[in-house]
Design a binder for this molecule. Structure first.
Ligand code: GDP
Ligand code: IMO
Ligand code: MG
Length: 429
């Protein structure tokens, strides 16, 4: 049975968690393939709100097996905490329903210190990272000096590798005038987490391919978003991994023919946390209306860092580009309910860049920074959408908005969401 890949079409936080939760109901396996606990995926089920950082959203479905793939960077201390927190909330997490790739790289307290140091050195030009050590961990991976999850299986080898890595990290921190890490505490905490995680470690490329061959339905849950991708995003204001479709193949050890469905997820407007270009960014009252006050869990404040998200109109130029580099076979649009009450909605269909009309995403962040959106105005709607469950009950303006977006992106939209709860989805008949 071919796999499905789920991908953020914007700058992250599109609602991937809630869409993964929907798709997981028809999946046997849900696997994360990129990033680490920089991700924050929210799933609302009844009166419970789960915020998942490393564990795939599929964990909330009792018959699903979850995988942390080789493309991820895993902080063992944070993963142990996330497993324990879920167990405390009554969600079973055991080696029977969670596997960690022995080839995934580990994030250490050293990587977290280096992330903070790097941001401090960049000053005003900082990336605005989540300070979870993501960049430094991927740098060690590609620099061929990282530590892999499989090394946690041998306690002595792991402690030695960690000690050497932390000593080297302290040298770097010292050279740049930053405080060193206290080795004994960092090693003790990591060794404890390693012992806890040992039973979960597997060659997940083997298990995923076995599942694919025996007809299991595999969902690859993307983290971050297309414009945070180290290749396709607004470099250097990106994360250090490949959240796009290709990343799912390398990040799980699957061949390209094992996939037949690529689901993009986009918010009905745009948001971004951290630095970097965002052509349709709004400020003042319009941005505040989109962002909300922070009182509701779905308001636009970071799931991982609680930073207020930058908000703006929907950007079709970037969405079209995302559809192209990922090969979306469909697009799910979330948070339509938030757009209720705007008389007119704007969607960007092209940019003015240095006097020229541009219909694609320029390769440099400086060019995108100078892009002035060319907007098309669409009629808004005033109705509350949160209780609507049938496509035909949607106000005509909502259907008009969706159809126009679908036509401009060139990808079908068959599912939208009108609230954060599991059942607040509307499917086109
Ligand atoms: P992810 O990182 O892509 O999984 O997205 P996040 O969980 O970080 O952010 C999306 C936020 O929007 C979460 O608080 C979700 O509960 C919320 N959300 C998702 N879909 C909808 C929707 O249709 N309407 C509303 N109001 N909130 C939604
Ligand atoms: P989910 O999976 C939104 C952003 C950070 C920063 C840049 C680099 O919840 O959509 P990093 O810590 O990865 O080195 O930060 O990427 N970023 C996210 N923004 N959602 C995310 O994940 C993000 N993960 C990273 O804000 O701009
Ligand atoms: Mg998020």
């Amino acid at each position: 049975m071919p796999a499905t890949i789920l991908i953020g079409a914007q700058w992250g936080d599109e609602g991937k968690g809630r869409v993964a939760d929907w798709l997981a109901a028809d999946s046997d396996v849900v696997a994360r393939y990129a990033g680490g606990d920089n991700a924050g995926h929210t799933v609302a089920v009844g009166d419970k709100v789960y915020k998942l950082h490393l564990i795939p959203s599929g964990i909330l479905h009792s018959r699903v097996t979850c995988v942390l793939g080789n493309g991820m960077v895993v902080n063992p201390i944070h993963l142990m905490r996330e497993i324990c927190d879920l167990q405390a909330q009554g969600v079973p997490v055991t080696p029977q329903n969670l596997q960690i790739s022995s080839r995934a790289h580990l994030i250490t307290p050293g990587h977290i210190a280096l992330d903070a140091a790097s941001e401090a050195k960049r000053g005003a030009g900082k990336i605005g990272t989540t300070l979870r050590g993501i960049g430094p961990a991927y740098m060690d991976k590609t620099g061929r000096s990282g530590i892999r999850a499989g090394q946690m299986v041998d306690p002595e080898e792991f402690a030695e590798a960690l000690q050497a890595h932390l000593e080297a990290t302290n040298d770097k921190l010292h050279r740049d005038g930053f405080a060193p890490i206290v080795l004994e505490a960092a090693i003790a905490e990591s060794v404890e987490a390693a012992a806890f995680l040992r039973p979960f470690i597997r060659d997940t490329s083997l298990t995923i391919n076995e599942w694919l061959h025996t007809g299991a339905r595999v969902l690859c849950e993307g983290a971050q978003g297309t414009f945070l991708d180290v290749d396709h995003g607004d470099y250097p204001f990106v994360t250090s991994s490949s959240p796009t479709a290709g990343g799912a193949l390398t990040g799980l050890g699957m061949g390209p023919l094992s996939v037949d469905r690529v689901v993009g997820v986009a918010k009905a407007y745009s948001t971004r946390v951290g630095s970097g270009p965002m052509p349709t960014e709004l400020d003042g009252e319009l941005a505040d209306r989109l962002r909300g006050t922070g009182k509701n869990f779905w308001d636009e404040f970071g799931t991982t860092t609680r930073r207020p998200r930058r908000c703006g109109w929907l950007d079709l130029v970037t969405l079209r580009y995302a559809a192209m580099v990922n090969g979306f076979t469909e697009l799910v649009v979330t948070k339509l309910d938030i757009l209720s009450g705007f008389e007119t909605l704007q969607i960007a269909t092209a940019y003015h860049i240095r006097g020229e009309v541009v219909e694609t995403v320029p390769a440099t962040a400086t060019a995108l920074e100078s892009a002035k959106p060319i907007y098309e105005a669409l009629p808004g709607w005033s109705e509350d959408l949160s209780r609507i469950r049938r496509w035909d009950d949607l106000p005509g303006a909502v259907r008009g908005y969706i159809d126009r977006v679908s036509a401009l992106v060139g990808v079908p939209i068959r599912t939208i969401s009108v609230g954060p709860e599991r059942e607040q989805l509307v499917h086109r008949p």
